[in-house]
Ligand binder design. Structure first.
Ligand SMILES: NC(=O)c1ccc[n+]([C@@H]2O[C@H](COP(=O)([O-])OP(=O)(O)OC[C@H]3O[C@@H](n4cnc5c(N)ncnc54)[C@H](O)[C@@H]3O)[C@@H](O)[C@H]2O)c1
Length: 221
């Protein structure tokens, strides 16, 4: 059985709001680490880098309005946002393609504390299969369907070369996965009901380069 993440969508929370919830959560976690009990919408908005009217509207979708003069209870808001994002559950994640990027992701300890457990590492190269990374043994990509089904994998991270990504994508969908995080520089074609998030650092760098160039040209933004 595959579990679905987008509970928020089922309750009519706009996608743009869902996309900002992780920003609020990151800001709130920072406040919690510093022992801050409550936060005003203005301060939270500034910490998350959005405007405060938008933040209040976003949080109202969660039924969270804060208390006048006091603001939002930091711990409770963390709980509400985490619940909305499905982070109070444990999500099993498999990484396919355990090269430079796949290894770095597998070694990153921050996923577990956010509710994402790496349940499988798979690669097509027999030289890589059997490697131990972050307490897991890399398995052969032929085992993909078995790993997904046996370990209840809900989210697959694709970190293969672009040429292999669509084929990997088709297989994981066939195995019942409906949430994919794609790092390969290719647009994946997927049926309705499958959510694909694409991470492309080069696009982010190009956007920064654009702004940098405008600053250098003295254009006021
Ligand atoms: N999105 C980003 O910002 C970003 C940043 C860096 C790299 N990338 C992309 O991520 C991908 C991985 O980059 P890398 O530097 O780790 O490459 P890499 O060559 O080091 O690793 C790719 C791994 O995928 C494995 N592989 C190939 N075909 C496979 C298949 N069919 N099934 C399972 N495993 C398979 C290879 O054996 C290899 O271990 C590339 O597509 C790269 O362009 C994206």
């Amino acid at each position: 059985m595959t579990r679905r993440i987008p509970q928020a969508r089922d309750r009519g929370i706009p996608d743009a709001t869902v996309a900002r919830l992780p920003l609020y959560l990151r800001a709130l976690n920072g406040l919690a680490e510093r022992g801050t009990p409550t936060v005003s919408s203005e301060d939270l908005a500034a910490a998350a880098g959005v405007n405060s009217a938008k933040l209040r509207k976003d949080l109202s979708h969660l039924g969270s309005y804060g208390t006048r003069g006091v603001g939002y209870d930091v711990q409770y808001l963390i709980y509400q946002i985490s619940r909305e994002l499905g982070l109070t559950q444990d999500w099993a994640v498999a990484i396919v393609g355990v090269g430079n990027l796949g290894r770095a992701l597998a070694n990153y300890g921050g996923f577990v504390s956010r509710g994402f457990r790496i349940a499988g590492l798979l690669d097509g190269d027999p030289q890589v299969v059997g490697d131990r990374i972050a307490g897991l043994t890399v398995e052969h990509a032929d085992e993909l369907e078995t790993v997904i089904k046996r370990r209840g994998v809900s989210i697959v991270v694709i970190a293969t070369p672009a040429s292999a990504a669509q084929q990997v994508c088709d297989r994981v969908i066939e195995a019942g996965v409906t949430s994919i995080l794609n790092f390969a520089p290719v647009v994946l074609s997927v049926p309705d009901g499958v959510d694909v998030r694409k991470v492309d650092l080069s696009i982010e760098l190009q956007i920064l380069a654009f702004h940098e160039q405008r600053k250098a040209d003295g254009v006021v933004m």
